[in-house]
Design a protein around this ligand. Structure first.
Ligand code: S3P
Length: 180
């Protein structure tokens, strides 16, 4: 089975959206950014959804979107940083996908989070740097279930995208060999 879907997972600020854009452009595949899709469908920002409906409701919307994408091919998917924790959702999309963990050091995540100017409810408290450490410690075990990990510290999105393309070519080459 050809791998014709890439799922970028990783913590908030790991670069899923920017790397996703670079990767989708190179592959001429579509980019589906989960947060953008959810905001568009709901007519509300992520912050508003968390504030007015709560985190559980947001997780429900992520689950619904995942189900809708089950058969989407030739796509780069960029779910939010909490998606990988839902292993049942990961199972829906894993067939035919290369799941890539964009790994970064906590200091890098903190710096990128500040630089992006994106509002993130889970980092909106008074101590975002500490929050990153705590949440990352909880989630790392899930991110490790990705097929490959790519270190992103000190790399620009284009470099990371090129590395992912090389990994994708590698797995598809192996799959070709199995078919013969
Ligand atoms: C979340 C990450 C966010 C967004 C929401 C929750 C998380 O997406 O989905 O604020 O639980 O890690 P990004 O990872 O794109 O920031």
């Amino acid at each position: 089975m050809a791998i014709d879907r890439v799922i970028l997972v990783g913590f908030m600020g790991s670069g899923k959206s920017t790397v996703g854009r670079a990767l989708a452009d190179r592959l001429a595949w579509e980019l589906i950014d989960f947060d953008d899709e959810i905001e568009r469908a709901q007519g509300q920002t992520i912050v508003e959804i968390f504030r007015e409906s709560g985190e559980a409701a947001f997780r429900g919307l992520e689950a619904q979107l995942t189900e809708r994408l089950r058969d989407r091919r030739q796509a780069v998917l960029a779910p939010g940083g909490g998606w990988m924790v839902r292993t049942d959702l990961v199972d829906v999309l894993r067939p035919g996908s290369l799941i890539v963990w964009l790994r970064a050091r906590p200091e890098t995540l903190y710096r990128r989070h500040l630089g992006q100017g994106v509002q993130r409810p889970l980092l909106a408290g008074e101590r975002p740097r500490e929050a990153i450490g705590v949440i990352l410690a909880e989630r790392e075990q899930y991110y490790k279930k990705a097929d490959v990990a790519v270190d992103t510290d000190g790399k620009d999105p284009a470099t990371v995208a090129d590395e992912i393309i090389a990994r994708l070519a590698g797995v598809n080459h192996l799959a070709d060999g199995e078919d013969r």
